[in-house]
Design a protein around this ligand. Structure first.
Ligand SMILES: *Cc1c(COP(=O)(O)O)cnc(C)c1O
Length: 352
């Protein structure tokens, strides 16, 4: 820390992203990226757009919002595009939390939430997951705070039903409920159809996981136009051109090739189920995942050792050091071939 760093950030602990090794020799199952590359139309669209990089991008993302709105059956005014969904989540902390309105989220969830709270200097309250790592929606009634729920949750992969989220929305009419649907396309129910009914609902999604665009950085929020206006006030006070031209062009190409992505999501869900079955055969215990990753523990090997042994054999998975989950590892679902290698390697580690 330099002597110029503001005291207000003296205790700030930044988010730590998963390892991104430079060499290609690892099978990368540690950051929940999509197993498949973008549709070929994306590269073409990006190449064409690059000739216009001397011009600012459209701060309103009008064309993109119209295309996405048609796909989601909402209005463009109900959408705000951001630089990854991390940005819309940060905007929500800025817009809807303060000293009197704390953020409320599970004790085990996306590791960025406490960091967003800290950097925006808002208090937060964590509600413990149940013994089986599920969320009990009953514990989120009248929280007097802005609720953040990842659905499916990370790193457990466990999803609430739309009906359960509705219960939370109904019991918190004075507070915003943010439903982070980063993984929804791999098998959970989206709450986007509820945005007209509940003015306190903000749904966030990302192109990073189901649309193979993690490196492009595109996310969005869906909610009633008033909420979106508030978030736009924050956006225009920080970075009006938050979505760059290349990403915008890439996303439009994604949306015109939607079947490709839907098919890939289905393949990944099938591969997830195959991998889960094989892992159970090896003695792993897994949470029921609706996402593109598995969360697993083995009674005979501790989480850290399994992570290290995997890395030594060229496979990166994600280990977390939090007290309740340190025996677990999170394994992104790759291609069938990658997962066959993973299962074979896991068997070899357990044997040795
Ligand atoms: C990956 C992820 C995000 C955001 O990812 P972006 O790449 O910034 O869109 C948000 N929430 C959860 C739970 C995630 O796993």
């Amino acid at each position: 820390m330099s002597r110029y760093f503001s005291d207000k950030y003296a205790d700030l602990e930044a988010y730590v992203p998963g390892e991104q090794p430079k060499d290609q020799h690892y099978i990368k199952l540690n950051t929940n990226e999509n197993a498949f590359p973008p549709h070929p139309a994306v590269a073409k669209a990006v190449a064409e757009e690059s000739g216009k990089l001397h011009l600012y991008s459209d701060p309103e993302c009008r064309e993109l919002r119209e295309a996405l709105a048609a796909r989601l059956e909402v209005e463009p005014e109900e959408l705000l595009m951001t630089n990854g969904s991390d940005e819309i989540l940060n905007f929500a902390f800025m817009a809807f939390c303060d000293e009197y309105t704390p953020a409320v989220f599970p004790d085990i969830t996306y590791g960025f939430y406490p960091v967003f709270a800290a950097v925006n200097r808002v208090p937060y309250r964590e509600i413990p997951l149940e013994e089986d790592l599920t969320i009990d929606p009953e514990k989120y009634t009248q929280t007097a705070g802005t609720i953040f729920i990842a659905n499916p949750n990370a790193p457990t992969g466990i999803a609430l039903t739309r009906g359960q989220i509705e219960g939370i929305l109904q019991s918190n009419p004075y507070n915003v409920v943010v439903v982070d649907e980063a993984y929804v396309d791999f098998g959970a129910e989206s709450c986007i159809p509820l945005i007209r009914e509940y003015e306190n609902l903000l749904v966030t999604q990302t192109f990073s996981k189901s649309r193979s665009l993690a490196g492009g950085r595109l996310g969005f929020g869906a909610g009633n136009p008033e909420l979106i206006r508030d978030l736009n006030t924050v956006k225009y006070s920080t970075n009006p051109y938050n979505v760059n031209r290349l990403t915008n062009a890439a996303a439009l190409a994604c949306l015109t090739n939607d079947e490709y992505y839907t098919e890939n999501c289905r393949t990944i869900a099938d591969t997830r189920e195959w991998t889960a079955r094989e892992m159970k055969r090896l003695g792993f215990e897994l949470t029921p995942s609706s996402a593109n990753f598995l969360f697993a523990v083995h009674p005979r090997i501790d989480g850290e050792t399994f992570y290290r042994e995997m890395k030594e054999r060229g496979i990166l998975i994600r280990h977390f050091s939090g007290a309740r989950i340190r025996e677990y590892n999170r394994i992104s679902v790759g291609t069938r071939e990658q997962m066959e290698t993973f299962v074979r390697t896991a068997a070899a580690i357990l044997e040795s």
